[in-house]
Structure formats: C-alpha cells, structure tokens
Design a protein. Structure first.
Length: 152
C-alpha cells in the first residue's frame, strides 16, 4: 500500500480525467490509475481532515496495521463475517471492480504495478472458479425446472 500518496500524485491523464501516478513500493514499477468518481469523492471528503492537512497525504492512513484495524471495525459494523484487510481490498479491486466489469487483464496488471501479467492471471483464475460455480448453480436450476415440468 502506498501510504505516501499526496495531491502531487494526482494529475490529468491523456483522457483529461484525474489519475494517480506513482511507483509501486514492491516492484518499483510505475502504476498509473484513473480515478473513479467515487474515489474522487472520498479524496475530497478527507481534503480538510487534520491528519491530511498535517501530513499532506490524500487519506488519513497511518499504517497497514491501523488500516486493517479500521477494516475490521467496518466489517463488524456491517455484519461481515470475513476478515477484511488491505490485501483483500486490492484483490477485490482487481477482480470485482475491474476484471468482472470487462477491464482487460493487461490494464489491471498495469494498474496493480505487476512486473509480469502472469502475476495478474491468478486473479482471472479465481474469476474462472466463480464462473464455474455460477454455471453449476444455473445447471441445477434447469434440472430442478425440468423435474417440476415432468411432475406436472
């Protein structure tokens, strides 16, 4: 996680919208990410937060440990029985927000700052498992409908 993001990391992209420009800490690869409108709203919400004003950071995040504690608190308040962590949030961005909505694996790989697309492909594999589960449920529904039709 990049705790040091500041307003200097946000610039206009080729498309005229706001992007975050940074280097991934782990891989040192550049990671250029267009901001979704929801993200822009969150950044704006914290613009005048005391921690952000004192540190110059985009969000009042102190550490990975503190972020995970906040995520645990959110999960508890929402009745989510799954452990939420920063890593899971990154995974959700890759799968649920981008890949599941038709963003190419190449674009996701670049946004995540992966050195190799092979690193990103394990996210797509997880999506294949979900597709398989969903299709098994659909097949079962057809079987159940056929049983009902036969019994009538």
């Amino acid at each position: 996680m990049h705790y040091g993001l500041t307003y200097q990391n946000i610039n206009l992209g080729l498309d005229g919208s706001q992007w975050i420009y940074t280097k991934r800490q782990k891989t040192k690869n550049t990671s250029n990410i267009p901001l979704l409108s929801q993200t822009e709203k969150i950044i704006e919400k914290y613009r005048n937060h005391p921690v952000c004003l004192n540190t110059g950071k985009l969000l009042p995040i102190l550490s990975n440990q503190k972020m995970n504690a906040y995520l645990k608190e959110i999960a508890d308040l929402c009745g989510i029985n799954k452990e939420l962590t920063y890593h899971i949030a990154r995974h959700t961005f890759a799968t649920t927000i981008t890949l599941s909505n038709g963003v190419s694996i190449e674009s996701v790989s670049k946004m995540l700052g992966h050195k190799s697309i092979k690193t990103t492909q394990h996210y797509a594999k997880i999506l294949d498992e979900k597709v398989s589960e969903d299709m098994m449920e659909l097949k079962q529904k057809f079987i159940d409908k056929k049983k009902i039709a036969i019994s009538c």
